[in-house]
Design a binder for this molecule. Structure first.
Ligand code: G6P
Length: 594
């Protein structure tokens, strides 16, 4: 967030940051230009805590930038909170995104004598601007950004200039236009209290903002950008215009996949995957998790066994903690938890450590409890998830598990490269599933009036079916069960009638023919059958009543595209039933009791 105008910057920035707290909440800070000096204030925790620390003091100044952080590089702490400054404290930078080549830049700058005071990727930007500053801030920022790879929305101040220089690349940034005052922010809700006239900046845009006006450049040329009037309320705007956080978060999936890949794929690293992990000497991997993360683990088992030929056992953390199953020290125990706080998963990892096993955690939250417990951590990069039902974090976990499988795998180079290429194609494939959401919405209408739905799948599609059923039941309150397709005849067949829809997840893999047989058996009992199937599958229509088509990907990656389709199916079913969606009854996002 940035402000330049005639009013005092501090209360405007802090008020705006409160509106952005849903994007980040582990630490925050701001910088203002006051009497020719940059004054920086930061705190771990919420904006309220920062305000408490300021105890009513307004540091003055009418130009400033601020930030609310959701840690990605470096634990949540005061020193890692933004703004970050250069060596002399003349330049202040706030940043949303990931500087992918920060390690290299940091080493180069440190060798030139720059002293770093945080663990963040962002700090390199402050030092780069310092390196190039020669009396002209925008010129220094231009040159600095030339060296930066990654995603960013940046707002930058220099003590000698009453201006803000902001830039955007693959992270949202919007300019707010008031009367002789201007705002820049990652999202519209930050501005709406002050203005509804906005300019959405585009990738590559650099904007120089003074009290007199602004100039937007792209590739060195001044470019025109349209001013728009926002008609949303602040609450609508927080959800980016989506009716629910769940829908917004599902729509963030392509970016989440990109971010997670950008963090863990590296040119020049053996095999392309850079997880900073030894390939285990372990004879076995044991995964422990709860809820949606447990389903991710089940997909992970399939993928790791297929690509790396290491046997994988998956246990519900809550069961594992009371089991007497012997644990061998040779077992690598992997805890999967998006929040990093689930009590059962933490206990399971403690039990594993006590037994002398190596532990690895996959989590979405930097500095969460699990990060202090496990020997090694791999972060997913999904950003904060507000809706109780996990969606984008599940996909990020799957991506991480594919990477883990490739990391452990000794498949041939050509095959590995093919897999990496497919992974990189996934954001586009998922986007195509999202683009077809109207069709999914229509199909969801076929299940909303029923009270029981079965989801079936085989192989990798079995956990996808489990997760599809979980999503549906938790947000639409329709009773849904996920089943291995071959198991239906061992019990659930007794329940199949015209009133019991069955959703069949069909991947074009070695389970395909037998899956068609299972669908035929189901159909004979009259339930309406909906298939989730590959767009190139020409057979499936003959077997089922409705088909949700998903983009063609290598079958092993169909877990991603099919899960996103099932998330949308659950969402639209819940919406049609008038459910609350983001906060389902009786459920919590983070379950910190056993
Ligand atoms: C709760 C949430 C689920 C989540 C589960 C495990 O039940 O509502 O969405 O899958 O906890 O959470 P974790 O943070 O460990 O992945």
């Amino acid at each position: 967030m940035g402000y330049i105008g005639k009013r005092s910057a501090q209360p405007i920035i802090l008020g705006a940051l409160k509106r952005l707290e849903y994007r980040g909440y582990d630490s925050c800070g701001f910088a203002v230009l006051s009497n020719g000096k940059i004054e920086v204030f930061k705190e771990r925790g919420s904006i309220d805590e920062l305000e408490k620390a300021l105890s009513g003091v307004n540091v003055g100044g009418t130009v400033g930038v601020g930030h609310t952080r959701w840690a990605t590089h470096g634990e949540p702490s005061r020193r890692n909170a933004h703004p970050h400054t250069d060596c002399k404290g003349d330049i202040a930078v706030v940043h949303n995104g990931i500087i992918e080549n920060f390690q290299h830049l940091r080493e180069t700058l440190a060798a030139e004598g720059h002293v770093f005071r945080s663990d963040t990727d962002t700090e390199v930007v402050a030092h780069l601007v310092e390196r190039y500053y020669n009396g002209n801030l925008e010129e220094a920022v231009r040159r600095a950004l030339h060296e930066v790879k990654g995603s960013y929305a940046l707002a930058i101040l220099h003590k000698a200039d009453e201006k803000i220089v902001a830039a955007r690349s693959r992270s949202p940034l919007v300019l707010g236009v008031g009367d002789s005052e201007f705002f820049v922010a990652s999202d519209v809700p930050a501005l709406l209290e002050h203005t509804n006239r906005v300019v959405h900046l585009e990738d590559g845009d650099l904007v120089i903002i003074t009290r007199e006006g602004f100039r937007i450049e792209n590739g060195g040329n001044v470019v025109p950008r349209k001013m728009e009037t926002v008609l949303w309320s602040i609450e609508d705007a927080e959800r980016g215009g989506y009716e629910h956080f769940m829908l917004k978060e599902i729509h963030e999936t392509p970016r989440v996949i990109e971010n997670t890949l950008a963090t863990h794929l590296r040119d020049g690293v053996l095999g392309g995957v850079d997880l900073d992990l030894d390939v285990p000497q372990s004879s076995e991997i044991l995964m422990v998790a709860c809820g949606t993360s447990f389903h991710a683990a089940l997909v992970g088992k399939y993928v790791i066994e297929e690509l790396a030929s290491v046997p994988v056992r998956v246990e519900l953390a809550s069961e594992f903690n009371y089991a007497t199953t012997p644990l061998s020290r040779e077992t690598l125990v992997v805890g999967i938890t998006q929040s990093g706080e689930t009590a059962d998963t933490l206990s399971a990892l403690k039990r594993a450590k006590a037994a002398g096993c190596a532990t690895l955690a996959i989590t979405n939250v930097l500095g969460s409890s699990v990060t202090r417990l496990a020997d090694r951590i791999i972060y997913t990069r999904a950003g904060p998830e507000i809706c109780v039902a996990a969606t984008k974090t599940f996909t990020a976990q799957l991506i991480t598990l594919y990477l883990l499988a490739l990391h452990f795998s000794s498949i041939e180079l050509a095959e590995r490269q093919k897999m990496l290429k497919e992974l990189r194609r996934l954001p586009t494939a998922v986007q195509r599933v999202l683009d077809a959401e109207d069709e999914i919405k229509e199909v969801s209408g076929r299940i909303t009036s029923y009270e029981n739905v079965f989801f079936i799948g085989r192989g990798i599609s079995f956990p996808v079916a489990l997760e599809g059923a979980l999503k549906l039941k938790e947000i639409s309150y329709i009773h849904a069960e996920g089943y291995a397709a071959g198991e239906l005849k061992h019990g659930p067949f007794a329940l199949l009638t015209e009133e019991t829809p069955v959703v069949a997840v069909v991947a074009p893999d070695r389970t395909y023919d037998i899956m068609l047989n299972n669908i035929k058996e189901v159909k004979a009992r009259k339930p309406p059958v909906i298939a989730v199937a590959d767009e190139h599958d020409e057979e499936i229509e003959k077997y089922v009543d409705f088909v949700i088509r998903t983009s063609h990907v290598e079958p092993i990656f169909s877990a991603i595209t099919n899960s996103v389709a099932l998330q949308l199916l659950a969402y639209y079913a819940a919406k049609e039933r008038g459910c609350e969606i983001d906060k389902p009854r009786n459920l919590a996002k983070s379950v910190t009791v056993e």
